[in-house]
Design a protein around this ligand. Structure first.
Ligand SMILES: C[S@@+](CC[C@H](N)C(=O)[O-])C[C@H]1O[C@@H](n2cnc3c(N)ncnc32)[C@H](O)[C@@H]1O
Length: 386
C-alpha cells in the first residue's frame, strides 16, 4: 500500500469508529477484507487510527469536519505535512482536496485544544492544577514501549544483550531497576527469544515502580485481588520469590496467567474465592484509565459521568472487601492507572473515614508527562493494633 492508501484506509476505519464501532473491531473488520495489506501496512494504518483517536477533537477542528477524512487531514496539518502530497487520488489515496476543504479548519480552544472531554475538564483541573497542560499534551502522543526484566531469570544487562541479538535496542529507565525502554525494534519484541523465554515482560515503567514500592516481605501471604492479565502479579512474584494468589471478578481475564507464570518461572495460584488472612492485598482497581489514555485513547471518549460514578462505587466496594481479607497488621495496597483525584486520594480518604484507624504509609502519583503512564498508589496499614 502507498502512504496515501494507508491514510485512506485509516479514514474509513475512523468513520466506523465514529459510528459506534470499537477501534479494535473496526481494525479487525478492515484487516479481514484487506488481504492485500502486509504487516507494515497494517501497523501503519493502526498507528494512524490511534493517532487520530488521541487527537479526536483537535484533528477534527483543524481538518474542518467530524469525518475520518477530515481527521486525517487535521493530523497532517498538525504535523506540518502538506496534504496535497498525499491527498492526490493516486493508487487508492484520498481524493484531492476540494476548495471547501482547503478553506475549512480552525485552531481549537479549551478542552478541544487539549483533546479532552468538556465534562472532565474541571475534574482534571482540580486534580492536576498547573500540570494539566503538560499531562494533556503527553496524552496526545504515542506511549513508549517498556519491558520489565524478570530478575528471576537474568539481570538487566543480560536482557539487553539478549534483546539486541533480535535487533531490539533498549535503555535502562530510571523509574524502576527492572525497567527497560525500547528505543528501536519495538515491533519485534513479541517474536524475540528473550520474550518467549520469559526473561522480559511488557509492562509500563511506572507500573513496575508501583510494584517495586510494595512492602513485600519474605514468606508473606500475598493476594492480587484484581489480577486481570497479571502484569503486577508476575512482577510481585519475581520480587517475592514466593507464591502470589491471583483473583479477579472476571476470571476469563486471567486465562493466560498460568501460562505466563510458567514461562516466567513464577509461582502463582489462581483463586476464585480468596480466604484470608493475607499479609498484603493488592487492589489494582478498575478505573478511568486516564493515566494510560496514550495507550488506550478510546477510553478518553467513552468515559461518561455515569460510568465514572459507577467506577468510583466499585473501587470503594473493592477496598472494603479487601480490608476484610487482611491480617491485623496486613497491608492494603490501592493502585489505579489514573490521574484523577476522585479515584485516588479522595477514594483513600473516604476509605479512612469508613474504616477509622487505617493509615497511609506511602503514596505517590506518577504522571504521563514524567515519561511512563500515570499511576497512583497508596500503601495502608491499620494503626490501632492495640
Ligand atoms: C486495572 S485492571 C487489573 C490489571 C492487572 N492488575 C495488571 O496489572 O495487569 C482491573 C481488574 O479488576 C477487575 N475487577 C473489576 N471489578 C472487580 C471486583 N469487584 N473484584 C475484583 N476484581 C474486579 C477487572 O475484571 C479487571 O481485570
Amino acid at each position: 500500500m502507498t502512504p496515501g492508501a494507508r491514510l485512506q484506509a485509516a479514514a474509513e476505519i475512523l468513520d466506523r469508529i465514529a459510528a459506534g464501532a470499537a477501534a479494535e473491531q473496526a481494525l479487525l473488520g478492515w484487516s479481514r477484507t484487506s488481504r492485500f495489506a502486509g504487516s507494515k501496512d497494517r501497523a501503519a494504518v493502526r498507528d494512524h487510527v490511534f493517532d487520530a483517536l488521541r487527537r479526536w477533537r483537535s484533528s477534527a477542528a483543524v481538518g474542518g469536519a467530524e469525518t475520518g477524512r477530515a481527521r486525517i487531514l487535521g493530523l497532517l496539518r498538525q504535523a506540518g505535512t502538506d496534504p496535497d502530497t498525499l491527498f492526490d487520488g493516486a493508487g487508492h489515496a484520498p481524493a484531492p482536496l476540494t476548495e471547501a476543504e482547503r478553506d475549512a479548519g480552525a485552531m481549537p480552544d479549551g478542552a478541544a485544544a487539549l483533546d479532552l472531554p468538556d465534562w472532565l475538564l474541571p475534574v482534571l483541573e482540580t486534580s492536576l492544577g498547573p500540570r494539566l497542560p503538560e499531562v494533556a499534551e503527553a496524552l496526545r502522543h504515542r506511549a513508549p514501549v517498556f519491558l520489565r526484566v524478570n530478575t528471576m531469570l537474568g539481570r538487566r544487562e543480560a536482557a539487553q544483550a539478549a534483546l539486541a541479538l533480535d535487533g531490539i535496542e533498549t535503555s535502562p529507565h530510571p523509574l524502576a531497576d527492572t525497567a527497560l525502554e525500547v528505543t528501536s525494534g519495538a515491533r519485534r519484541v513479541a517474536q524475540s527469544r528473550a520474550y518467549a523465554e520469559g526473561l522480559v515482560e511488557l509492562q509500563d515503567a511506572a507500573s513496575q515502580a508501583v510494584c517495586a514500592a510494595l512492602p513485600l516481605t519474605p514468606g508473606a501471604r500475598v493476594l492480587d485481588y484484581c489480577a486481570g492479565g497479571g502484569g503486577k502479579a508476575l512482577a510481585m512474584a519475581a520480587r517475592l520469590r514466593g507464591v502470589i494468589e491471583a483473583h479477579d471478578a472476571d476470571p476469563r481475564r486471567m486465562s493466560d496467567l498460568p501460562a505466563r507464570a510458567d514461562r516466567a518461572g513464577a509461582r502463582l495460584r489462581v483463586v476464585s474465592a480468596p480466604m484470608g488472612p493475607y499479609d498484603l492485598v493488592l487492589c489494582d482497581v478498575p478505573c478511568s484509565g486516564s493515566g494510560a489514555w496514550r495507550r488506550s485513547p478510546e477510553g478518553k471518549w467513552r468515559l461518561t459521568p455515569e460510568n465514572f460514578a459507577q467506577t468510583l462505587k466499585t473501587q470503594a466496594q473493592i477496598l472494603d472487601e479487601a480490608a476484610d481479607l487482611l491480617a491485623p497488621s496486613g497491608v492494603l495496597a490501592y493502585v489505579t492507572c489514573s490521574v484523577l483525584t476522585p479515584e485516588n486520594a479522595d477514594q483513600v480518604a473516604a476509605f479512612q473515614t469508613r474504616h477509622p484507624g487505617w493509615q497511609v504509609e506511602d503514596t505517590r502519583q506518577f504522571l504521563p508527562s514524567d515519561g511512563a503512564d500515570g499511576f497512583y498508589y497508596a500503601v495502608m496499614r491499620r494503626g490501632d493494633l492495640g
